[in-house]
Structures are given as structure tokens and as C-alpha cells.
Ligand binder design. Structure first.
Ligand code: PRX
Length: 631
């Protein structure tokens, strides 16, 4: 057996021995007494009895060895700012933020909702929360009031941290009005709102509720806030993600397991070393931002680049110029970003000195072969596709080049990562598919390794029923992705089994978009499906039935109504969720029992065979969609 096969095998057969060793990569106030308690499946408790702190491991731990080394490198091509914070400076800023949060009443176990652009204060806020044992819940800045309100209601944060505005393409995008509207919509009202004023958009402050970071920071320049030592199983954060229903799930993460999992992944998967620079182009609103902009690189003692801006501004060479300037060794991005760069001058890929860069990791959506080939040839660097989910927090499938060098196969995110007992299962029978190249649901046998979700926030039942009971007859974790495995153990991901779509690497639930569109007074019914797109991977397409069909008399009236729906979705969920098109039909294709045939609609939109339609109620319904698409 190869070294990696042994390594993976041992992680499953000698689970406690394996993870007990990995646990030594991080600092503990009190070392764990038990590595894994799986006495109550599917709930796994990792590093029981261990006491630690995530912020300590990301920041304080490095003060002894590398206080003046860069920790957080903030680059904004939106505001033309570049600020480098050393570990010492980051430590000071995080303590200031922690002091302010405490003054606003935040205590251990309280939630703090963070709705912010990609600015250093967002990182300070996350680290300040874990420093004091508060649970952060970051909401992607591209989401609008409706999405934000539902997350505020579920998280019940004591404080919301936000800013006056983000910026896109050089234009301010105000956040405060969206937050105010969300707070108006939400039945739960937080006690305080802490606002970073970037001087980009005017803010109406609510007396007694809204506070400015700038002034409170000044009062706490030298305040010392020690780390709150917490149990390994203490929740560090929740992060909302989409599923089949309209209600987003709060993925809850622990402290000790996450810390160990990230430290181990930095060594075995990303192969980054202390003193080097890591550059992930994601956003703190997504799981990649949590794990590999903030915590992972910092835990490893690396400098991390936080980039606000577009990949194409001032030109398509901006990211590579940062690789040269900051001697980036490990980079992480998404296939969509590479497809965007593909449209730029290819000479930009070779304009800068990229000799420091060892590998580019891509994740979040399927990496198509032409895109992988293009960037691999252009950069002359290994491209490593890795597959995982908000739920897992770190890769399920990847190459572990830190353990043993392996070759990438285009189109495959690699093999099962250590700690994950990955299976392909027949979706109908639950039977394991052991042969090569058989298509099944990608599943993971419990316990999930450290760092993966503990539960759904305040909803253990939903955690069990959603994730562990979807495959008949087995208690097994479902990823809701289809996959195959070749004879060499390399997996290929073939898309979701549920109604989640992936637009430009952003995970969206079609049901949430449907709910938003249904709020339009003239819409009776709507189906949203994901349709393949050259640039974004997928886009959302909506098909709506009007309450009063006579509203549409011609193309112009249809476009006007479509524009109204766009506006509604933008305001409610945010432009990220806006469908590419809204088309109007008189009836949706359904089964005789009334289930909407979304898969058949998607197939028709992509020019594929819609499959078995014997249960369809009214064949004319699908024909209408076909006619619209081909018109
Ligand atoms: O469908 C898979 C797809 O994105 C989903 C998870 O999205 P999210 O929760 O936003 O987490 C992203 C973490 C990188 C998965 O269920 N996905 C993610 N990575 C890949 C992928 N599909 C194919 N290849 C990948 N490398």
C-alpha cells in the first residue's frame, strides 16, 4: 500500500491514535481526556475534556515566535488600501474588538452576527468572538434584508456587527439600510449594533442601539482581554447554508475539533508552512473564508491575504501581482473565478514572478477540464481540486500532497481525505457500490471527523433527519452529491441530488428563491431550477404562473414583470440569488400527485432528455417550457 493509503486507513482503524497525534498540532490549556466519544450516534464529540481557544491558536500562540511577522494582509482594490497587520498588531486589534463586544454585553455562548464587507474589522470581529467564547454567525454581505432577517431570527444575536458599506467595481454598496430593514423584519431584536464607518455611505444611527466602532476602539486601545478557555466541544460559530427547504440551516461547529482539523489540513493537504503567505480569494461570508482566509492559515502561523475587490480590476493580473508581492506559497480560489480570468489577456498569467507559488487549490463547484487545463498550463503550477461543504468545514476529497505526492486527474477532486470513510451508495436501496465507475450518492460513515458540523443550531432533530436519514435503511451522512469513483480511488462529482444549486461557487437553495418570487402579488406559483452555464457553472431559471394571465399581453409586458421579480429577489435575498430569467407559463409540469417536476424542467432547459415522464399530469406543461426555451 502507498503511504497515503496507509495514512487514510489508519485514520479510520486507529481513529483515536491518529487524531490524538493530530491534536498535538495545536495548543491546549488542558489536553483532551478522550479523543472521540461516539456513544450517541450520529453526534460525535471530539477531544472531550480538552480545553482550548481558537483565537489563542490563531493569534496569541504566535506572539512568542513571530510577533512582527505579517499575519493579516488587507488589500482592497476598491478603496486602494493595503494594510499589513503583524501578529502583535492583530492581537491588539482583536483585543480592542473583544473589549467593545464585552462592553456591549456579549458573554460566553452569546451569538454575534457579522454582516460585513471584506475589511479587517470583519476578521477582528470573528477572532474577538472566539476569543471570548461568543459564537459568531457571519452572513455573506451579498445577501439582502430577507435572508439577513431569517438568520437574525434563528441566531438571536446579542450584537450585530456591520459597516456603512461594501464596494463593488469602485461603487459603494450600502449595507446599513439593508441591515435596518432586516432588523425591522426580524421578530427578534438584538440589543446593540456595532458599525464600522468607512466613510463610504451615510448612516442613520438609532440612538441607544447603534454604536460606532471607531470611537469605542479609541477607548480600548490598551485594553487587555484574555482568552476565555472553553471546552473542545464549545460551539465556535454557526454558518447558515441552504438545503431543500426554504429555511436555511445553521451549521454549528465546535472549537477543539475544528482547530485540530484545520491545523492538520494545513499540513497534509495545503502544505503551507509558518512564515509563508496564504491567499484565498473567497469571502468571509462563506465557509472557505472561515476556514482558509481566517482560521486555517493563522493557526498554521502563516500570513493570510484578505482581498476586497474584483479579480479583474485594475486588470486581470491583480491576484498574480499579489502572489509576487507577498510571496504567496499557497493559493485557494474557485473555478468560476478562473473562468472569469480566462476571458482576460493570458499574458497576465506570466507577467509576474510566481516562483513562490507551489499550488493553486480550487473548490466550491465542479472544476471543468478545459478550465483546469488552461490555468494549469498558464501558471505552470499544480492545480488541486478539492471537494467539501459548509457542513464539513474542510475537504472530504482532495490530494494530500503533504503526506504523499499524487498526480491530479482533471475533473476529479481526488481521493477520500483521511478521517473520512467515504462511500458511494445506491439512493434507492442504500446498498454500497463497491465497483469502479458506478454512480451513487456520496456518503460518509459516522463518526464524521473533527471539524465537521456538530448539529444544526438548536435543531438536533433536523440534523439527524436531514443529513443522516436520507439513505434508506442506514444511519449515514449524505452529502447530497452524486459521484463515481474510478479504479484508482479518484472520485468525480456529478451534481446535487437535491434542490441546491451552485451559481458562481455560491450555494443557493432554489426553494428560498421560489419563496421570494411567490411574494409577488401577481404570481400564483413558481419553480426555480439550476441550469448549466458556461461561466457561472449554473444559473437559476424561474418559471412562474400568473394569478391573472391577462397581465401579459406582449413581450414588453413580460419583460416589465420579469424586472419587477428581479427587484423583489434583489431586495429580499440579494442580487446573488437573482435568476437569469423569469419566464411565464400557464401551468407547471407536475406529477399526478402534484409534485413539481423540477428535474424535468432543468433537463429541458439544458436540451437534455427529461427522462421518464409517465407520472406527468399534463404533457403540454413541459412543451410550453420547451417552446419558450427554443423561441
Ligand atoms: O455540490 C458540492 C459543491 O458545493 C457543495 C458545497 O458548497 P458549500 O457548502 O458552499 O461549500 C463549499 C466548500 C468548498 C457541495 O455539496 N462542491 C464543492 N466543492 C466541489 C463541489 N463540486 C464539485 N467539485 C468540487 N471540488
Amino acid at each position: 500500500m502507498s503511504t497515503y493509503a496507509d495514512f487514510h486507513q489508519r485514520s479510520l482503524t486507529d481513529r483515536d491514535g491518529f487524531w490524538g497525534e493530530q491534536a498535538q498540532l495545536v495548543d491546549w490549556k488542558v489536553p483532551p481526556q478522550q479523543i472521540c466519544d461516539y456513544s450517541n450516534p450520529p453526534f460525535a464529540k471530539w477531544f472531550v475534556g480538552g480545553i482550548t481557544n481558537l483565537c489563542h491558536n490563531a493569534v496569541d500562540r504566535h506572539l512568542a515566535t513571530r510577533p512582527d511577522q505579517a499575519a493579516l494582509i488587507f488589500v482592497s482594490t476598491e478603496t486602494n488600501q493595503e494594510i499589513v497587520y503583524s501578529f502583535r498588531e492583530l492581537h491588539a486589534e482583536v483585543q480592542r474588538m473583544a473589549a467593545v463586544l464585552k462592553d456591549l454585553g456579549v458573554q460566553k455562548g452569546d451569538r454575534v452576527l457579522i454582516y460585513m464587507p471584506m475589511i479587517p474589522e470583519a476578521a477582528f470581529a470573528m477572532l474577538a468572538c472566539t476569543r471570548i467564547g461568543a459564537i459568531h454567525s457571519v452572513v455573506f454581505g451579498g445577501f439582502a434584508s430577507g435572508s439577513l432577517a431569517s438568520r437574525i431570527e434563528d441566531a438571536e444575536p446579542k450584537v450585530v456587527v456591520s459597516a456603512d458599506a461594501g464596494s463593488r467595481g469602485g461603487k459603494p454598496v450600502p449595507y446599513k439600510p439593508l441591515l435596518d430593514e432586516a432588523l425591522r423584519l426580524s421578530k427578534y431584536k438584538p440589543e446593540a449594533v456595532l458599525l464600522v464607518d468607512r466613510g463610504m455611505a451615510a448612516m442613520d444611527l438609532v440612538a441607544g442601539r447603534d454604536h460606532l466602532w471607531g470611537a469605542l476602539r479609541e477607548k480600548n486601545l490598551n485594553t487587555v482581554v484574555e482568552c476565555e478557555w472553553v471546552d473542545a466541544t464549545h460551539p465556535s460559530y454557526t454558518l447558515y447554508t441552504s438545503g431543500t427547504t426554504g429555511k436555511p440551516k445553521g451549521v454549528q461547529r465546535d472549537t477543539g475539533g475544528y482547530c485540530v482539523a484545520l491545523a492538520a489540513s494545513m499540513k497534509h493537504i495545503y502544505a503551507g508552512n509558518a512564515g509563508e503567505t496564504y491567499f484565498s480569494t473567497s469571502d468571509i461570508g462563506w465557509v472557505v473564508g472561515h476556514s482558509y482566509i481566517i482560521y486555517g492559515p493563522l493557526i498554521a502561523g502563516m500570513a493570510t491575504i484578505m482581498y476586497e475587490g474584483l479579480p479583474t480590476r485594475p486588470d486581470g493580473g491583480i491576484w498574480w501581482s499579489l502572489v509576487e508581492k507577498y510571496k504567496v506559497t499557497v493559493m485557494f480560489s474557485a473555478p468560476t473565478a478562473v473562468r472569469v480570468l480566462k476571458k482576460q489577456d493570458p499574458a497576465l498569467l506570466t507577467k509576474y514572478d510566481l516562483s513562490s507559488l507551489r499550488a493553486l487549490f480550487l473548490a466550491g463547484e465542479p472544476l471543468d477540464e478545459p478550465t483546469a487545463q488552461w490555468i494549469s498550463t498558464g501558471l505552470g503550477k499544480p492545480i488541486i481540486d478539492n471537494y467539501w461543504q459548509t457542513e464539513t468545514g474542510w475537504p472530504i476529497l482532495s490530494l494530500c500532497n503533504g503526506v504523499e505526492k499524487a498526480v491530479s486527474k482533471f475533473g476529479s477532486p481526488g481521493k477520500a481525505v483521511y478521517g473520512y470513510d467515504v462511500k458511494l451508495l445506491d439512493d434507492q436501496t442504500g446498498e454500497e457500490l463497491k465497483g469502479a465507475n458506478q454512480k451513487g450518492v456520496v456518503a460518509v460513515e459516522g463518526p464524521l471527523p473533527p471539524g465537521c458540523m456538530q448539529t444544526v443550531w438548536r435543531d438536533d432533530e433536523r440534523f439527524v433527519n436531514t443529513y443522516w436519514k436520507s439513505v434508506p435503511g442506514r444511519l449515514v451522512y449524505s452529502t447530497f452529491d452524486w459521484g463515481i469513483r474510478d479504479a484508482d480511488g479518484y472520485y468525480f462529482i456529478l451534481g446535487r441530488t437535491d434542490d441546491v444549486i451552485n451559481v458562481a461557487g455560491h450555494r443557493l437553495g432554489t426553494r428560498e428563491i421560489e419563496e421570494s418570487i411567490s411574494a409577488h402579488p401577481n404570481i400564483a406559483e413558481v419553480a426555480v431550477v439550476g441550469v448549466a452555464d458556461q461561466l457561472k457553472g449554473q444559473v437559476a431559471m424561474a418559471f412562474a404562473v400568473l394569478k391573472n394571465a391577462s397581465l401579459i399581453t406582449d413581450e414588453a409586458s413580460a419583460l416589465a414583470l420579469e424586472a419587477e421579480v428581479f427587484k423583489l429577489v434583489d431586495r429580499d435575498l440579494g442580487a446573488v440569488a437573482r435568476p437569469a430569467r423569469v419566464r411565464f407559463v400557464t401551468v407547471l409540469p407536475k406529477t399526478r400527485s402534484g409534485k413539481c417536476l423540477r428535474r424535468a424542467i432543468a433537463a429541458v432547459c439544458e436540451g437534455r432528455d427529461p427522462g421518464d415522464l409517465t407520472t406527468m399530469d399534463d404533457p403540454a406543461a413541459l412543451q410550453q417550457i420547451k417552446d419558450l426555451i427554443s423561441a
